[in-house]
Design a protein around this ligand. Structure first.
Ligand SMILES: C[S@@+](CC[C@H](N)C(=O)[O-])C[C@H]1O[C@@H](n2cnc3c(N)ncnc32)[C@H](O)[C@@H]1O
Length: 289
């Protein structure tokens, strides 16, 4: 396991993933009944943007960095989009000093914690021993949260369906192993078999090597109902050209998400585009139910 998210935290892929996941959690929170958020690949929860690792890549500067000016003030989108990303901005504000350049960026657990009510549960899983240790330290003694260090595939099977019968499951592997795309789709399948009414998000990279197409095909073959694909390319994807974009496969997304993404996607594209070939797409892979 070589992958460490600290090198990539706050990049364009994180921006898309975290904004979408926050929208999904906010919609789950609209009902009184409690829910579970299962973060199968949780990372550490919080990342320093000026640490040695982040400085090596500076990926965040073309991600979250495009939403703030050098003094840390928000560079706003149009009002209809700004409303939708407000919870994301609030979470970022909570880990940064007001009126100062950005210094930190939350991970998915950090964002989720902002949405969680007293009765909701957060199950955070991280296999890397060092990152698991950091995650456990980040969470401290929060009784709503369980931190585990298992293999995501095992954890997904072990904890679904949740007793709450309401939940959002994030599958966000590093795709460093050759079989990781297939494993990720299998995780989605296994989760859905156990908990068909849960909402799922499977993140994938677009790197010009066919991996994103393979994932879409494999997900299509599962024929799960209500599967939405949202994809943002910040430049044309070419083989060996690095992370040109990313996407999310959303199964059973809370219904306003598709409409919200139709508004947000083009704005994120304009804010995050790098060179030619940038594009946004949003389509249902299977029926909307
Ligand atoms: C893309 S990062 C997660 C980022 C995090 N979800 C976020 O949005 O802030 C993927 C994480 O999965 C962990 N990981 C890799 N293989 C895993 C496995 N089989 N089970 C659980 N975690 C794994 C890595 O150590 C890494 O921290």
């Amino acid at each position: 396991m070589n992958y460490r998210h600290v090198y990539h935290a706050g990049n364009h892929a994180d921006v898309l993933k975290h904004i979408v996941m926050l929208r999904a959690l906010l919609h789950l929170r609209k009902k009184d009944k409690p829910f579970l958020f299962l973060d199968a690949h949780a990372g550490t929860g919080l990342y320093a943007l000026w640490g040695d690792e982040a400085l090596k890549t500076l990926e965040w500067q073309d991600g979250v960095g495009r939403f703030y000016d050098p003094s840390g003030h928000a560079v706003l989108l149009e009002p209809d989009c700004e409303v939708l990303i407000e919870p994301w901005r609030q979470a970022i504000a909570s880990v940064n000093a007001a009126g100062q350049p950005l210094s930190h960026y939350p991970g998915s657990p950090g964002f989720a914690l902002r949405i969680l009510r007293r009765s909701d549960r957060l199950l955070l899983n991280e296999l890397h021993p060092e990152d698991h240790g950091k995650l456990a330290g980040f969470i401290g003694g929060d009784k709503r949260v369980t931190v585990s260090d298992g293999d995501a595939a095992v954890v997904v099977k072990a904890h679904l369906p949740p007793p709450e019968r309401r939940g959002f499951i994030l599958i966000d592997p590093p795709y460093e192993r050759e079989d990781e795309a297939r494993r990720a789709v299998r995780m989605l399948r296994d989760g859905h078999r156990r908990f068909a009414t849960g909402a799922y998000a499977l993140w994938y990279p677009v790197t010009g090597d066919g991996l994103s197409d393979l994932i879409a095909q494999e997900v299509l073959a599962l024929a799960l109902p209500k599967t939405l694909k949202a994809e943002l390319l910040v430049r044309r994807a070419v083989k060996d050209g690095g992370l040109a974009g990313s996407g999310l496969i959303l199964v059973n997304p809370p219904w306003p998400i598709a409409d919200e993404l139709a508004v947000l996607g083009p704005a994120l594209l304009e804010r995050l585009r790098q060179t030619e070939g940038a594009q946004w797409s949003l389509n249902w892979l299977t029926d909307q139910g």
